[in-house]
Design a protein around this ligand. Structure first.
Ligand code: ADP
Ligand code: 5GP
Length: 189
């Protein structure tokens, strides 16, 4: 049997990655979102087992100790995020293609592990000023959290050239169309 493909989306926070992934999930492609574990608290309407598995720092550390993660990163100080191996197994067992929303380091690690089986897509914001407007407009994060995310954005953008594809998310419908073409092309390959 052909081994399953994987699709990775990375971007600075606020670029529109979740919005674009959400759109792709509604296009009838055989995709299933890989639900990451995180030690950050839920934001807005987020639910355990939907956007993330929300764990306490102790639970997260226990999974690290047990070797349960395919990859994990401390994306922001004291805020851990990771892909559980069981999640990739769950999606593979359904015959679906995993779609990941992970930080730049996690994305490049997954590429290193899966090579040509993985497509890595970087969602680029038009500018850092626009990123600020989107994070403020989303209205889900405290001011210091927004500053922390913006402070990391330029660093994250410096990794873009290491991704298979970079999509600039300026006009949302254009970026969604480009993402759909890229992902459909990869799945048909
Ligand atoms: P991420 O998942 O990358 O953190 P989101 O998908 O949550 O980002 O998007 C951040 C905010 O920006 C949301 O409020 C979203 O509706 C908005 N947004 C996404 N794409 C665009 C776009 N092209 N133009 C304007 N606003 C956008
Ligand atoms: P947020 O708190 O905005 O949901 O996510 C913050 C950052 O953590 C984003 O860059 C997101 O892609 C990343 N992230 C989410 N899940 C994972 C994961 O499982 N592994 C890694 N390495 N990063 C993740």
């Amino acid at each position: 049997m052909e081994q399953a493909k994987l699709i990775v989306f990375s971007a600075p926070s606020g670029s529109g990655k979740s919005t674009i992934i959400h759109y792709l999930m509604q296009q009838g492609l055989p995709l299933e979102f890989s639900i990451s574990a995180t030690s950050r608290p839920p934001r807005g309407q987020e639910q355990h087992g939907v956007e993330y598995y929300f764990l306490s720092p102790e639970e997260f550390r226990e999974h690290i100790a047990q070797g349960d993660f395919l990859e994990y990163e401390e994306v922001y100080p004291d805020r851990f995020y990771g892909t559980l191996k069981s999640e990739v197994g769950r999606i593979g067992a359904k015959g679906k293609v995993c779609i990941f929303d992970v930080d730049v380091k996690g994305g490049l690690n997954i590429k290193r592990m899966y090579q040509d089986r993985a497509l890595t897509v970087f969602i680029m914001p038009p500018s850092v000023d626009e990123l600020r407007r989107r994070l403020e407009g989303r209205g889900t994060d405290a001011r210091e959290v927004i500053e922390q995310r913006l402070a990391k954005a330029e660093y994250e953008m410096s990794f873009a050239s290491q991704f298979d594809t970079v999509i600039v998310n300026d006009e949302l419908s254009v970026a969604q169309q480009k993402a759909l073409e890229t992902v459909s092309g990869f799945l048909a390959r």
